[in-house]
Each structure stands twice: as C-alpha cells, then as structure tokens.
Design a protein around this ligand. Sequence first.
Ligand code: GUN
Length: 283
Amino acid sequence: MAAHILSGNAIALKLTERVKENVEDFKAVHGIAPGLTVVIVGEDPASKVYVGRKHKACLDTGINSEVIRLPETTAEEELLATIDRLNADAAVHGILVQLPVPRHINAEKVLERIRPDKDVDGFHPMNVGNLCVGKEHLVPCTPYGIIKMLELEGIAIEGKRAVIIGRSNIVGKPMAMLLLARNATVTVCHSRTKDLAEVCRQGDILVAAIGKPEFVTRDMVKPGATVIDVGINRVGDKLVGDVNFGDVAEIAGHITPVPGGVGPLTIAMLLHNTLKAAEIQRM
Ligand code: GUN
C-alpha cells in the first residue's frame, strides 16, 4: 500500500496561524511586535532563497523582520560587532546568522556570540545544553518542526524505535534529544555506521538528514515506518530529498515529500521561536 504523504505545507500553515494569533496578543500586551534579524554573509544561492522565505514568513505573521546582507569578504570581527549591536538592541528579539558562513569565519565563535535568549536557532551551547538536560526553551527549528508534525499527525513516538541518519548539530543531534525526551529508543547513524541498511530497517521512525540525494532506498525501510526526509538536494534542475521518494513511498506508512515537507515546518518553528524569545525578554 502506498504511504500517507505528510504535507509539511498544510501543517506549517496550521502552526503559523497559531503563531500569528499569539503575535497579535503579544502586540496588544506590550505595544510592540516581536522582531527578528537575519544576517547573511556572502552569496550562497540556496541561503539567499531560505533567507528570503524567512523574511516573508515573518512579515506575513506580523513579526518585524530585518535582513542584514554582508559581503563574502566580511571579516569575522565585523560580523561579531554586528551581533554585539543586535544583542544590545531591545527591538531585536531574535538573531539568526544563516549558515554556512564563509570559510574564513569561525561559525562556532559566531553562534556563541549570540545572546542565548535571542538565539532563535537554538544553536548556542547554553540552549544545546538545556535541550540535553530536557529543558526545551529555544529548540532548533527543523527537528522541533518534525516533532510538532508527528504530534499533530498522531504518530506515536513513545516506545518506538527511531533511527536518525546524520549527526549534525542542526538536525541529527537535537532530533535525537527531542525523540529521547519523548521516550523513543534512538539510534544515530553516520558515515562510519556499519550495516547501515540493517540499522535503518529497525526504525519505526526514520529521519534522513545527510545531504545525499535519494540515498535512502526501500531496502533500508521497515514496512509501515514513518519516513522523514530532511534533505534538499539540487540534481540538475530538480530538487530531491535524501530519500528515494517513489521507491520508499511504496513501503513506508507515512512519508514527507521534497519540497513541501520539512522545509515549511522549519520556517514555522522559526516564527514560533521568535515569539518565544520576545516573550522571554519581556518577562
Ligand atoms: N542553514 C541551514 N539550515 C539552517 C538553520 O536552521 N539555521 C541557520 N542559521 N542556518 C541554516
């Protein structure tokens, strides 16, 4: 039987509507709108598209949005000075530096410079640590959106086996923490994992976040599993995920498409986090 397709677009719309209502309430109470500033360094075409979407989503939701575009040649010190200025600006509740940054800039140093209560990506070590000890304050947007989708779709997590392919700080690791906190039994796979297909086949929930086009094939999927595809890969003029959709959809129970799956959820949760950051700062 063909898998049920999880529409990230529809779920993101629902989540965004909620944020929009809460933004209205926030404005009524505090007399100001939540504000997000996104900083992009350089000309990475995919990053430019993502940043444009984030900016538009903010404006559609009643959140103030500013995009600071810095040239590829920007010195690390200059980027850090920009962050210092935003950290001190009371109208800026959320700061996001789009990754990747150019190679001459130390991304770790940049992420650590952002005030933890303005860190809407949830990448600051303090927020990472909070997540690891079970305090979900500002949680990385992509894995958080995936959890919201599973919850809204009534897909059980507790007691299930979850297998994550990819151990990045942006998706794989926080995804593991969120699933673990909801009582899944979690395995994180990576490039050195032995017998990868066999490990993946144990997953009731399989999350693919490795950045390899159509890497996951049906022999890696347990029949009836929920398959979440985080990948966005450009192949020629086509966008494909990390999952071979046509192949896997024949065996999975639920599957996310690319595009229109996880991507819109990431943006919805960024809006959620920006409002949350504003609320934390106004408490
Ligand atoms: N690049 C790819 N995904 C992300 C994300 O979630 N946040 C930031 N800041 N950069 C990214």
